[in-house]
Design a protein around this ligand. Sequence first.
Ligand SMILES: Nc1ncnc2c1ncn2[C@@H]1O[C@H](COP(=O)(O)OP(=O)(O)OP(=O)(O)O)[C@@H](O)[C@H]1O
Length: 339
Amino acid sequence: MEQKEIMIRLKGITKAFPQKKGTLEVLHGIDLDIEKGEIFGIIGLSGAGKSTLVRCINLLERPTEGQVFLDGQELTCLSEKDLRQARRSMGMIFQQFHLLMQRTAMENVCFPMEIAGVKKAEAREKAKELLELVGLGDRMESYPSQLSGGQKQRVAIARALATNPKILLCDEATSALDPNTTAGVLELLKDINKRLGITIVVITHEMKVIQEICNRVAIISEGKIAEMGSVQEIFRAPKTQIGQELVFHEGSNREAYAGKLPYCYRVVFKGGISNEPVLGRMMIDCNGVANILAGNTRNIDGEVFGQMILQFPEEEALRKKMIQYLKDQGVEVEEVAYV
Ligand SMILES: Nc1ncnc2c1ncn2[C@@H]1O[C@H](COP(=O)(O)OP(=O)(O)OP(=O)(O)O)[C@@H](O)[C@H]1O
């Protein structure tokens, strides 16, 4: 089997913040390997500890316990000076862009290079290339106030790339953007990953962002990893309750099945809901009817999947027969247990 190279390794990361009384432990011993060149997602509900975890990767937060390795080098044992150097290998973008408002797009991108001591002409040349890469070749002299949210995030991405990082950490990078702009920025991140081979870590509370660009995902809940795997695996059959909540509610009509309806199941078809005739055949062959409560199609890591929420009949024998029929056709069927 092909041996994957590890770009980021977290070993037993614990983070506790001092409180007035005692401490608040926010991360409880996280172990995580992120491979070179992958786009890895970290998803969780608000307060789960995602931002703290990502800030522990570049040591903006010092973990209370545990080790962080970047491309084989342990960061947690470096002096502040060596750490400053190592941080140049780690770009970061944020929800609120954090651009310098008094500087043009060009000057913002030059800024980290100035700090790193790159000569001005060289920095400008590199900034120009990067701004062209992110599609802002014609807005180099614009100030942030003259740019849209999506354009500001593109400047922030160019700035994050200015020190030739090995990894790019994205903390809710599209949460402040509308759906169209989000799609454009995610497309850009995918392109950067492909073209420059940079490992990307995406922190988000939105499953659709993960589905759009990530290869693998870790679901974090209450400071622990609840579930981890390929995005396809987790979309098809999330194992934990938090995984199910994040996957099931995404893009479907929650109201349609959150009304405590009995016998509701989520079915997942490979090939999208264009495979719906399977449902028709099931109803004819089993002589029973299922209500379609919600449905959509998703493109995940290059493959199309459809998901539907179905309500099956009350009669147990018939319900089991119908469910077995679908399973025999290779359809994933899982009870929506928590509604
Ligand atoms: N500097 C800090 N001091 C004290 N508590 C903190 C600090 N930073 C984060 N926390 C606490 O840690 C917990 C996790 O916060 P974190 O921001 O990592 O979660 P999150 O999953 O990113 O959520 P959100 O998406 O809402 O930001 C929260 O209870 C938060 O109040």
